[in-house]
Design a protein around this ligand. Sequence first.
Ligand code: ADP
Length: 487
Amino acid sequence: MDYKFNILMVSSEMTPFAKTGGLGDVVGALPKALKNRGHNIAVVLPKYSFIDTGEYDIRPLNHPMCVHMGNKEEWCSVHQTFVDGVPVYFIEQNDYFDREGLYHDKKMNDYSDNPRRFAFLCSAALQFCIDKNFSPHIVHANDWQTALLPAYLKIGNWYNTVFEHTASVLTIHNLAFQGVYSAANYNYTGLGLENFTLDKFEYYGAMNYLKGGIYFADMVNTVSPTYAREISTHDLGNGLDIALRAKGDRFWGILNGVDYDIWSPEYDRYIPAHYSVDYMDGKIECKRKLQQIFNLREDPFVPILGVVGRFSSQKGYHLLAQIFEEMINSMHVQFVILGTGDKELENFYNQMSYKYGSRVGAYIGFSEELAHLIEAGSDFFIMPSIFEPCGLNQIYSLRYGTIPIVRATGGLNDTVENYNEYTGEGTGFKFWEPTPYSLYYTIGWAVSTYYDRPYHMEKLVKNAMNQRFSWDMSAEEYEYAYVRALT
Ligand code: ADP
């Protein structure tokens, strides 16, 4: 595409600075891919106090910045660094971002001022463009935290300013999180009561950031084609299907890519040995290390089933929990589990690792390093999601020759090709019914393939490792989205 855009990307997460899930990985990679395609892109993030300024060479820009929230003036400062040549600007406002977590405290209680924190981020990002005289063709918002941006751009009078010709794109990374808060917070946003209506921000008497963002955005996308179709339906639309359908051809799905500089067995900086599709010895070493770290019996011939993810009802780990002991008692396998979230599930998987010590390992918490080792050292990777906007771990798994076992929903359906027992084709194992026993039998199918049809396993691993979901391809699709937004 010949167009070269000025793009302002605003987000609450970005790898390597702040991440709770896929949003961080996407914002860590997409700007780089867009820059490599010739666009002029800058990213704006909150300056959470846990971000290590020394480690990332983050430096203050020289003057304080005044941000108008309604009629109120608030002050912040801006800091800057570069990631792979992409400028990243941090909004420092300690009342809002000097917290131990991104969205909630250690006990998982949402910060009560979240609507104010992220409304402020949006206004500050726009003010920053004005102060810096940066005129974006596109303001790219991500999820509810930055969904006020399209509204600010449409509602404000930007005649003769840097935003005179700016269009907005809103990417929905997960429709389950909408930013629904008491209407008492609405005044602070400065959006005007005329926009607190059923078609815009009002939602059963509360305000809904994502709903308003969808209404005002020039283009909305989500992160896989299947998820885009799913959330346009009443059953899976989380109450916003009507708003999404109303966008017509200004709403579609763009599959996420993978940053293969970070997630590939040839270059991964966290794993003990590297390997490639033509030279797999390193994977055996990674498996051995994984068994050591999780105190599992060291055995290269028993398949390891890996799990990494948020313990939330979305991810379907409760299905796994229901069949877990039956599986342990009927299949010759080992399990490695990394996750955090739901306390019951945390306790359950912890207990399982005590009870079946040499066969089950669990780490309750967040560890980038272990996530990489599990991808590299496991034989299978389980994602039984009830819904999945895109899912990144199954795509990482493919690259590491760790065969995904997934429920055929959203991006999982778009990225994994089901194993064909007759031809050996495919890249993983799929099931459809969100029930414990569908998962049980599919795991059984995978494990029996491992033991009984090793030649097919080899083929699956090769097929999987040869798949590519590059960010360059996705970035090209985002260019079409930008053009759609501007027309
Ligand atoms: P979601 O965004 O819904 O959480 P994705 O599959 O899109 O799911 O992305 C999850 C990302 O977060 C992956 O990079 C995964 O490795 C990482 N992740 C999730 N839980 C953990 C954890 N406990 N420790 C380390 N990384 C994690």
